[in-house]
Every structure is written in C-alpha cells, then in structure tokens.
Design a protein around this ligand. Structure first.
Ligand code: NOJ
Ligand code: CA
Length: 705
C-alpha cells in the first residue's frame, strides 16, 4: 500500500514537474529562444535566427553584495507562463503614425533551493529580436538587496565585426571604431579621445547599443530598454571565448544597484536580421517601455529650432559675460559692476536678430546659451553651486526677449547647464521650471558637463539615472519638454515620457568644431545611439572651415553640405536644429530651403538602403500630408545609391527637388559643392544618385495638384 502511494505520488509529481528547458518562438517563427537550467541550476538561454545560432548558451543571473547568496545558480523552475501580445499604439511623435507591438512572451519563475528566493525571467520574442529582464516579486526572503554585478551573458558565435565605443561610466562622445571583436583590446586605447572622461574598467569594455555583423551577413545589435531605477549597462568582452557580459556602472561605493522588491531590471535586447534595414525599422526598444504616462500630451510638439550656440562652440563667441574671472573668484557677485567682454553672444541685440531670422524662415524656437550668471567659473572645479537657472546676465532681458519672441510667433528655448551638479539642479528645479513657464519657455536643453556632484558618482550610475528621470517627470508636471545632453543614453523611455524630446548622449555635431568626427559617423549613429531614442545631433552646418569663424580654431566639418541636409531625414528626431549661423544660411539660401521645408514628424518611414558604417537611405512621409522627404548619408567611399520611388501613391504626380553632392564634391576638399535639380516623379520613378565620400543627398517630394 505504502509503495503504491509512493508510486502515485511520483507519477503525480512527474506529470506536473516543469521541464528544465523551454522554447519560445517569434511570431513569424524565424527566431527561437531556448531556455534551460544547467545541472547546478544556472539559468541559461540561447538564440537562433533562421536556424543559425546567434547567441550560444549564455548564463543569466546577478551577483549580490557581501555575504548574500548570489542569484546565479541553485534554481528550479516553479512556474512558466506563455502569452502573446499583438497591438498597435499611437506615439505622440515618431517615425510612424502607428506602432505595432507584437511578441510572444515566456515568463519563467525560478526558485533558489537554498534561499527560497524567487526571480522571474521574462523573455519577449519579437520578429526582430529578443528582450529579457529580471523581475523580483514581493517576497519574504528577498526585500532589500544590493547588486554587486549583473551577470547576463551574450555568447557570440564567432569573431564578429563590431562598431564600438569604449566602455566609460561618464561619456559616450566617441567616434566609433570598426574592428573584429578580437581586435578591441589592441585598439582600445586609441579609441579613447581627449574629450571623454576615460573612466576605463577594462580594455575590452564597450558601450551599447553595440552593432555587429557576422561573416555570413547577420546583423546583431545589443542594447537595453526601459532603464529606470537601475544603472546603465556596459558590456565586457571575454575575448578568448567571445562572450560579452553585462557590466553595470558603479556608484561611489562601487555598488551597482540598490534594490527593493518588488522591482525589475531593464530589458536586455538582442536584435538580429540578415537585412540591416530591419534594425533601423525595429520599434522593439520603444515597445519594451511602458505606455505613455502623461494623460494630456497636447502640449508636446516637435520643434525645429535655431540657436545662439554654434558661435560659442566654435570659439567665435563666449558663454560668459565678462573676462573678469579674478573678481568673481574673489566674491564679486554683482555682474553690473563688471566690465562686459565683447564676445558675449547672448545679448539682447543678437538674440533679437536670431528671433527675426527664426520668424522669417518658419522656425518654431530659438535656443540661447550663456544667458545666465555663472559661466565665468562653471567648469572643471567640481563646484557644487554654480548656476541658479533664474538669474540672467545684465545684457539679457528675459521679459523683453519673451515679449519680442511672442510678437514674432517664436518660442524661446531655455538652457540649463548643470555643470554636472545634479544636486544643485534638483535644489533649483521647481523654481527653474516655473521661471521658464512664467517667461514663455516650453522646452529646455539641459546639460551635464564635468564630473558629477555628488562627488564620486558617475553619469550612468543608478542614482544619477534616477536624477535624469526625476527631471523628466518633474518637467512633465510643468508641461516642459526636455532635451538632455550628457545624460545617460536613451533606452526608449520617451514612449512613457514623450516630453523627453531629445538627448545628446553621443558624439554630436559639436565635435566637428573640436577637431572633427569621422566622415562615416552618421552612417553608424542610427544603428547605435538612435536605437534608444532621438538625438539632438544639431545638423545643418554649411561652413565647414571653422577657421572662418574663429582664426584660432582649425577644425574642419567632415561632411558635405548635401550630407548635412540629409541628416534631417536620416537622424530621426522630433527636435531638429539648424545649427549654423544665420549669415552662413544667407549665403546658400537655395540649399537652406530644404531645412525650411523638411518635416519633423512622420506618418511613415521606409528604410531603402542601409549598411552600418557605409550608407543609409530613408524615405519618410510627413505627418498629415502627402509630402515625402528622402535622405541619404554616405561613408568613406563614393557610391551610387539606387532607389525606387515606389513608396509614392500610385497614379499621383509629384515634383522632386534633389539636393545632391556635385561630382567633384568631397567632405575634406570640396564640401560645399552641391547641385539642386527639379524633376517630375511618380511611383514608377527610379533614381541613381552619386554620393561622394562623407556626402549624401536630400530630396523633397511634393504632390502636384
Ligand atoms: C555641451 C553640450 O553638448 C553643448 O551643446 C553645450 O553648448 C555645452 N555643453 C554647454 O552647456
Ligand atoms: Ca556634449
């Protein structure tokens, strides 16, 4: 009898015990994720695409601080849940009117034998790739815990070619290096640049989004989505075995994350395709973020703007009002007693000229930097209290400028340089946003130059990630749109908070005035930095010889003028700047017309040609109109782009204006040589267009009525 009971019990248990391996397929069946537990209870996953291995068996888990038993092994599966999601949502602004969110999900609940702790790993498989995250549900045995390191692995199948920037806790403002994974170690030091803070932790550490290509033509992209209350992930490469492992940004104590269950990690994302265009077309990062948290979004609007900015970046003008630094350092705080310098750009006369130019050419906004007290002594001293964000210099009349801009139908854009002192910014944030609203500013460009305060924290550690999020959410309360520079690179959070209309968080156009960027940089960014969200890249430079602005600056903009135009289409952002000086646009009014015409919000985007590091061609349909815009950016080698205009509506006639490189144009030697041609086109038209090194073309296509 006893043995019969035992037999029944055993049969019962085996019928209900969960298999140690689980399979998940993408909706189209092309991608498969296999989850399994190793013999010692270590969670592992692997990924295949069209029956080719993409991620070899890779471990998952987290190492906890001190004497806590880590969440790495000794697990059993206690539950699995499969579900499917297929829906569309409407972004407030975006590359398309509606976004499909279609995935199959597998949630695996794991229990650690020794501790009874439960971790749920969620896998979401889209047609373009996998997202996975750790969830720590509410439970008695896991409440507070500190992460020593996340140990999520991404085991590569081979020595792929990668476009990478070096691992850093504080800067992403690097040119990309293209190399084999095995060459990262040798090329690491050369990849560090003077302007980056060079917080190295390993000679094989790289940042995400990381773009790779395999020898048999698969494109693989690793990044993260929904980075909320967690530190930013870098990847460390074990270059013997070609295994990447997560490396989180530490705080001042070296800890990686302070957690309280219930809580979740961000999603780790792996996109894969045999067509590079699919990586650009993917909305996986956005889809892995929560829906919009702002109820009334009517105040959030795409913005095309100019700014009192490039002249300071090139060194032609200054942010500071006076050269009398010694007096300020000795405690003089009354600026009206100090002698103004002749180079302070944010003065009433100049700002009004910019407002006039914006109004005349249909720009929504004017950004002014250097309007507020503090720029004489803001940088490099790790000072806690620099700016108060509300006190203008004597030659900047906030109220008068507001009235003038309003009379011209132009919005002013605020600038908050925090000098890296998140502490000081939070101290002033409410007052600063209120000051903006009182003076007609709807959008702010914030910045985090220099070492972070509190001292010892990093730009990408959990606490500072939380600061950026706090600023975005607080801004939403005031109906303020945010464009944060030097903040952590985006991870699709703009879906939840669409008032985050831009970030820099990569090497922007400013570096063209700091020695120049690689001519193919803009063929890489859409595959890397832009995977997480839009970039305030600040394109539109027409004068490539910076010494013409400042004889002491011999930097050169490594791009043709036609390439600069194309960026408005290829570098998707609801916030687009025309960054050059009005007088430079006045010299090339025919080409400037494209910047005036180009849309900044879209119904549809079609990725016509793409190869990371070499070229990108995109066509986009303006939101709510039948106008189309096409942009092509080209890398180091001349190339003829061949496109079909079959995205146009059949039976309709259109007029295309093609802004292209002249045959003898070149980013270095002849960047301003362009041609403008007008042509009638239909959906049957084809185009073969030459783009020179560092070149490109831009087309505006309007329906003929
Ligand atoms: C760096 C930013 O990227 C740049 O746009 C800004 O002008 C300066 N910091 C000053 O805030
Ligand atoms: Ca910057």
């Amino acid at each position: 009898m006893k043995s019969l009971n035992l037999l029944i019990l055993t049969l019962f248990l085996s019928a209900f015990s969960l298999s140690n391996s689980q399979e998940l397929k993408s909706p189209n069946g092309e991608i498969t994720m296999m989850f399994s537990l190793e013999e010692n209870g270590t969670p592992t996953y692997e990924l295949t695409y069209k029956n080719q291995s993409v991620i070899k068996p890779s471990h998952l888990g987290l190492e906890l601080k001190d004497d806590e038993k880590s969440l790495l092994d000794d697990f059993v599966i206690i539950d699995t849940k499969n579900s499917t999601f297929n829906d569309t949502w409407t972004p407030v602004w975006g590359e398309e009117k509606e976004i499909r969110n279609h995935y199959n999900e597998l949630a695996i609940s794991l229990k650690q034998n020794e501790t009874d702790r439960v971790v749920i790993i969620h896998f979401r498989l889209f047609n373009e790739g996998l997202g996975f995250r750790y969830e720590f549900p509410s439970q008695q045995n896991l409440v507070y815990f500190t992460i020593k390191e996340e140990r999520s692995q991404f085991a590569m199948t081979d020595d792929h070619t990668a476009l990478w920037i070096p691992g850093d806790y504080d800067s992403q403002e690097y040119d990309y290096t293209e190399s084999k994974l095995s060459e990262i170690r040798a090329k690491f030091d050369a990849a560090l640049t003077d302007n980056a803070s060079q917080t190295q932790y390993s000679k094989t550490g790289v940042q995400t989004a990381l773009m790779m290509k395999t020898s048999n033509g698969l494109y693989i992209n690793l990044h993260e989505a929904a980075l909320i209350d967690y530190s930013c992930m870098n990847l460390n490469l074990d270059d013997k075995n070609m295994v990447f492992e997560s490396h989180l940004t530490p705080d001042v104590n070296g800890d990686k994350g302070y957690m309280q269950a219930p809580c979740k990690s961000p999603w780790r994302t792996i996109m894969v395709s045999d067509d590079a265009r699919d990586i650009l077309a993917s909305r996986m990062t956005l889809n892995l973020n929560e829906p919009c948290a702002i109820e009334d979004t009517s105040w959030i609007k795409p913005v095309k703007y100019i700014g009192v900015w490039w002249e300071m970046i090139t060194g032609k003008s200054s942010w500071s009002y006076t050269n009398d630094l010694p007096a300020i350092q000795l405690g003089v705080t009354d600026y009206s007693k100090l002698k103004p310098n002749s180079t302070h750009a944010a003065n009433n006369t100049k700002v009004k000229r910019y407002i006039d130019f914006a109004s005349e050419h249909g720009f929504d906004g004017v950004l002014v930097e250097g309007w507020n007290e503090g720029w004489e002594d803001w940088f490099g001293k790790t000072k806690d209290y620099v700016f108060d964000f509300v006190t203008p210099y004597p030659d900047f009349d906030v109220e008068g400028i507001h009235k003038y801009a309003k009379s011209k139908g132009v919005k002013m854009i605020m600038h908050h340089e925090t000098s890296g002192s998140t502490r000081n910014y939070e101290r002033h944030l409410d007052k600063a946003y209120k000051f903006m609203k009182d003076n007609g500013y709807d959008a702010v460009k914030s910045g985090y130059v220099g070492d972070i305060l509190p001292r010892g924290e990093h730009h990408y550690s959990q606490w500072i990630v939380n600061h950026y999020q706090y600023a975005i959410e607080k801004a939403a309360e005031y109906e303020v749109m945010v464009n944060a520079h030097e903040a952590v690179r985006p991870t699709g959070v703009c879906r939840t908070y669409p008032n985050l209309i831009g970030n820099e968080s990569a090497r922007g156009t400013e570096f063209q005035a700091f020695g120049g960027s690689k001519p193919n940089h803009v063929t890489v960014l859409p595959f890397t930095r832009l995977i997480g969200g839009p970039m305030d890249y600040t394109p539109g430079i027409f004068e490539m010889d910076i010494s013409k602005l400042n004889p002491n600056n011999d930097s050169h903009v490594n791009s043709t003028l036609a390439n600069q135009l194309a960026l408005y289409v290829t570098m998707y952002s609801p916030l687009q700047m025309a960054a050059d000086l009005p007088e430079h646009y006045e010299q090339f009014m025919d080409a400037f017309q494209f910047i005036k015409d180009v849309a900044i919000d879209w119904d549809k985007s079609i990725y016509l040609e793409a190869e990371p590091g070499d070229y990108i061609t995109i066509a986009r349909k303006e939101k709510g109109s039948n106008n189309w815009f096409v942009g092509n950016v080209n890398g180091n080698e001349a190339r003829t782009s061949n496109i079909k205009l079959d995205f146009l509506e059949k039976g309709k006639k259109y007029m295309a204006i093609i802004y292209a490189d002249a045959k003898d144009a070149h980013y270095k030697t002849n960047p301003q040589a362009y041609t403008i041609k007008t042509k009638k086109v239909t959906s049957k038209s084809k185009l073969a267009q030459l783009s020179v090194p560092g070149g490109g073309y831009a087309i505006s296509i309007k329906e003929l009525k």
